[in-house]
Design a protein around this ligand. Structure first.
Ligand code: NAG
Ligand code: NAG
Ligand code: NAG
Ligand code: NAG
Ligand code: NAG
Ligand code: NAG
Ligand code: NAG
Ligand code: NAG
Length: 899
């Protein structure tokens, strides 16, 4: 035995020496690409794969790497590709109408089962700024993402990018023509293309990136010195760093750093819906590892960040125009428990005169948590309460989870009976029997009152899951939703738990052992298994296996729910979905899920709303004051101030916590919250116009400072402040007990809102006064903000006078616009039933131009016009050529107001 051991060891050492000397002498660790992404790598396994093995000094060794925390730390791969690792070569190339088509081949398989050795590569020059790379099996059709992306058959005449390829080994290189900078370069690492494992890499233009959702992370992803692994697999888990969360958005923007010239941006969208990891490393480089589908990668050349986003939304679809009322304040909690508590909240909100628009209920208002029911004992009179909201101009949203109870007595619960008859539920692998999980439904109310959630697990009901990829499901969904609407005339639907969440892993009778449930490689998902807290990947949808469609469950449910609401209400739908995928913004708004009442989670809400704006779901917010944990008056006050500037503003609270609606706090806190709400309500016309711009011209509602001020390098990582449109800067106080905010005021003219006082110091970080009663908001010179005197809610306020806030630029001019319609017709834009006004201030003359004026149902009145930034006292004002005496000039603040 001893003799044998020595011989083997010598052979191994010789082999290591050979590989290292010839092909493994990568001088920088940052240039290593992981040849053994599975856990438990060893020297033996690495060498068997014919890869390079070279440990680096690190506290975390690959073997004891904790998969469930996904932490790579400083962990450079010990096992990496040699330069001569078997790679594809180009066999044929031809020019086509859309660009070029290549075929590539590899002589031998490497380390994954079922490698595909013959591939076709399509290079599509779709537009001047959009390049698409598709690599697929030359002989067998593989699963492709069922998103309706544009079909481009002819090559764009002139492009901002230049594409070249190398023959052997095969690689693609894309450069920006104007600067020669590399935008994509796949030569850094071998392409691996197996049935259930596709891995490719590209060099990045810089170490600075934005995007990659849904993850709880700072806005800027900076891999200057770091290795990062991000996992994409929709999952019900409270927002936590370094784990896969509710949604999947494999999109990013890469900053192109250039000293002394304008900074450009470009983006990637990996159109793939399978479980995947994306690795970033300091080379800098990116690696995509997916376990299915094909390579379908879009490259957007910008050149501004907003251009990249516009080019991305051209592919995935533009966001929907929301109903006007949904821009107001939404109030919800889990655990009103009965209608008396609910009425008490509504009464105190009314008594304290808070503007608010939408009341919600959570699953406690259902009967035993059954979808499409309400508890007629505890919530007696809920339908009449909803009708009374409507008579006051207010609205009501209820919750629907995807899990449909299968344990109700036959003939008593139509959603299940009817669904079963129509065969619209997801089925088990190779079976027509619906797959069964366990979620909330069917639970007795006794249990709902128990705060300790562990008790729930013992008494949950069995559920089946609608297959929203089947067109027949939409008819069923519309029918049961419509039937329930006949009982309670709700105005919007909140679709929760749609990752889909399942309290037993896989199904109540487990999963199969086939390669869908047990794939050769599992991305670094929380729980180490694809069926962790969800259904078996082998479960079947009409379109394909859950393995391929899991990440799109929320997308298809949102689409079905949006269609159902349109059919039922014949008004603009409002849907709020927890799970999301590229394209979801056409159908739904989003919130960041079950966050906690901490200052940290309040901070993380800012990078989240900025990122979801990039992802095409701009109508987004976080649960204000925190969902889990007990909030405090200070935190809740700060969060109401910040939340007043979220696109979607909802205060929501978990079961078992003290109430946190604004009216429950001290008189002082209430006045501060009311002030924040009044700011929001007065800015509603401005927000509505931004929504119109998002829907029409693909601009985000909120954006990072760096997008507007790309040449101020210091703005690169700023994510504790944000811009609304281009004109309003919000700098919230995110630190407990702090009375100042360390905020950056970009190089431009800025006025405090609402005082109108001009900022004296710009282009630097400044400590702004931020006592509890103040949120720092600034208006940018050069912009005209349409506003309105707030009413008790947005619908009753619609008839109030508009006001204009005119913020002069350094040269004394300003522009702005206003979109206005009836607020909730489905086709206001298509039928041109709207007003569109443009405002401009040039040389002291304010002009209002009605570009479209076809919405006449309710007349628009102009009230006060406030002009900021006069350097000399204003001595006269004329309106339509006539002298106007009703004006006021405030000398110290250089503000002129006129009505
Ligand atoms: C890995 O992390 C999880 C979550 O923090 C923890 O529960 C588990 O014990 C850790 N495992 C090891 C081997 O350290
Ligand atoms: C493409 O094919 C032509 C011949 O058809 C050949 O001359 C050329 O070198 C090929 N280009 C590459 C990059 O393989
Ligand atoms: C490309 O140029 C040709 C000739 O100038 C023109 O007919 C064609 O419409 C152009 N195609 C595109 C997509 O712009
Ligand atoms: C990026 O990371 C590097 C190294 O950690 C650090 O020095 C640099 O300041 C960071 N840049 C930004 C903009 O955060
Ligand atoms: C599918 O089910 C049928 C009938 O139950 C069985 O004969 C067949 O082997 C199954 N196929 C697979 C792939 O499991
Ligand atoms: C639902 O379908 C049933 C049976 O087809 C029908 O009677 C009922 O009117 C439908 N309800 C709605 C609201 O569409
Ligand atoms: C879609 O639903 C119909 C019935 O409504 C059902 O017959 C069919 O089997 C479903 N399609 C698939 C592929 O599951
Ligand atoms: C406003 O003034 C600036 C600087 O003089 C000028 O560049 C800009 O074109 C002006 N805008 C309008 C709308 O007049």
């Amino acid at each position: 035995m001893a003799h044998f051991y020595v011989v083997k060891c010598i052979v191994m050492l010789f082999f290591v020496y050979y590989v290292c000397a010839q092909q493994c002498d990568h001088t920088v660790e940052a240039a290593r690409f992981d040849c053994h992404p599975e856990p438990f790598v060893s020297q033996h396994k690495c060498l068997t794969r014919k890869c390079c093995w070279k440990p680096v000094s690190s506290l975390i060794t690959p073997a004891n790497k904790n998969r469930s925390t996904n932490s790579f730390g400083e962990n450079v791969p010990w096992c990496y590709y040699p330069r001569d690792f078997p790679m594809y070569q180009i066999k044929t190339n031809e020019s086509t109408a859309f660009g070029q088509r290549l075929t590539i081949v590899k002589q031998q398989s490497t380390y994954m089962p079922n490698e595909i050795l013959h591939l076709t590569v399509d290079l599509l020059y779709e537009t001047s700024q959009r390049f698409r790379l598709r690599i697929y099996d030359s002989t067998n059709k593989r699963f492709e993402v069922p998103l309706p992306v544009p079909v481009v058959e002819t090559k764009a005449n002139a492009t901002d990018y230049e594409v070249s390829f190398s023959q052997a080994p095969f690689a693609i290189l894309v450069k920006r023509k104007s600067t020669g900078l590399t935008l994509f370069d796949s030569s850094v690492s071998p392409l691996i293309y197996a049935d259930q494992f596709i891995k490719f890499s590209s060099r990045l233009s810089s170490s600075f990136l934005y995007g990659f959702g849904e993850h709880q992370q700072p806005l800027l992803i900076n891999v200057t010195n770091e290795w990062k692994k991000l996992t994409f697999w929709t999952r019900d888990f409270p927002p936590t760093q370094q784990v896969n969360l509710y949604g999947v958005h494999p999109f990013h923007i890469n900053v192109e750093m250039k000293s002394n010239s304008p900074t450009n941006f470009h983006g990637h969208f990996f159109l793939n819906s399978n479980a995947m990891d994306i690795d970033l490393q300091p080379l800098p480089a990116i690696t995509y590892t997916t376990i299915g589908g094909i390579i379908d990668l879009y490259l957007f050349t910008g050149a501004t960040a907003q251009d990249v986003i516009q080019q991305y939304w051209d592919v995935i679809g533009k966001p929907a125009m929301p109903p006007y009322w949904s821009l107001g304040f939404h109030l919800c909690r889990y655990g009103y428990n009965n209608i008396d508590n609910l009425r008490a909240v509504i009464q105190r909100m009314h008594d304290s005169e808070f503007p608010y628009d939408v009341q919600w209920t959570d699953i406690d208002a259902m009967l035993s948590h059954l979808d499409f029911t309400y508890d007629q004992t505890q919530f007696t009179g809920l339908p009449d309460l909803v009708r009374s909201f409507h008579s006051e101009g207010k609205h009501y949203v209820n919750i629907i989870d995807p899990g449909i109870s299968k344990t109700q007595p036959s003939g008593t619960y139509p959603p299940y009976d009817d669904g079963l008859k129509r065969a619209i539920f997801m089925t088990k692998f190779n079976s027509t029997e619906p797959i069964t999980g366990k979620v909330w439904p069917g639970m007795n109310r006794r249990w709902a009152r128990l705060v300790d959630s562990h008790h729930y697990f013992l008494h949950l009901g069995l559920t089946v899951f609608p297959d929203f990829t089947n067109a027949s499901t939409i008819d069923w969904w519309t029918n049961i939703t419509g039937t329930f609407h006949d009982t309670i005339p709700f105005d919007g639907i909140w679709i929760d738990m749609n990752e889909p969440s399942n309290f037993v892993d896989g199904s109540h009778d487990g999963c199969t052992d086939n390669s869908l449930d047990k794939p050769p490689f599992i991305p670094h998902v929380l729980g180490d298994s694809l069926s962790a807290k969800t259904l078996c990947p082998s479960a079947q949808h009409a379109l394909s296996f859950h393995y391929n469609l899991h990440n799109m469950y929320g997308y298809f449910e949102a689409k079905a729910t949006n269609l159902a609401l349109k059919t039922i209400r014949r008004k603009r739908p409002f849907v709020l979905s927890r799970s999301s995928f590229p394209g979801s913004g056409q159908y739904t708004a989003h919130w960041t899920g079950d966050n906690r009442a901490t200052h940290e989670d309040m901070y993380f809400s800012i990078p989240a709303i900025l990122s979801f704006n990039m992802f095409g779901i701009p109508n987004v917010g976080a649960d204000i004051c925190g969902f889990e944990l007990e909030t405090t008056e200070e935190l809740c006050t700060r969060w109401m101030q910040l939340g007043a500037f979220y696109p979607f503003m909802r205060n929501h609270n978990d079961l078992g916590h003290r109430d946190q609606d604004p009216a429950v706090f001290s008189w002082t806190a209430q006045q501060i919250m009311k002030q924040a709400l009044l700011m929001r309500y007065s800015l509603a016309p401005f927000w509505y116009t931004l929504h119109h711009q998002a829907a029409m011209t693909s601009r985000t509602l909120v954006q990072p400072l760096h997008f507007e001020f790309p040449n101020e390098d210091i703005t690169l990582g700023i994510d504790r402040q944000f811009l609304i449109g281009r004109a309003i800067l919000v700098s919230p106080n995110l630190v407990s007990k702090a009375t100042t905010v360390h905020a950056y005021i970009p190089q431009d003219v800025w006025y405090q809102f609402p005082s109108g006082i001009k900022m004296k110091v710009v282009g630097t970080f400044t400590d702004l006064d931020a006592p509890l009663d103040k949120i720092n908001v600034h208006v940018r010179g050069g912009f005209i903000i349409p506003m309105q005197i707030p009413g008790a809610n947005l619908m009753t306020g619609r008839g109030n006078p508009f006001t204009l806030l005119v913020a002069q630029s350094a040269s004394g001019n300003a522009t702005g616009n206003l979109y206005w319609d009836d607020g909730d017709s489905i086709d206001s834009i298509e039928t041109k039933a709207y007003n569109y006004l443009e405002f401009s201030l040039v040389s002291g003359v304010l002009t209002i131009n009605a570009i479209v004026g076809s919405y006449k149902d309710s007349p628009m009145r102009l009230g006060i016009v406030q002009v900021l930034g006069f350097s000399k006292a204003v001595t006269s004002v004329t309106v339509n050529g006539n002298d106007h005496r009703d004006f006021f000039y405030n000398i110290p603040d250089q503000v002129c107001s006129s009505s």
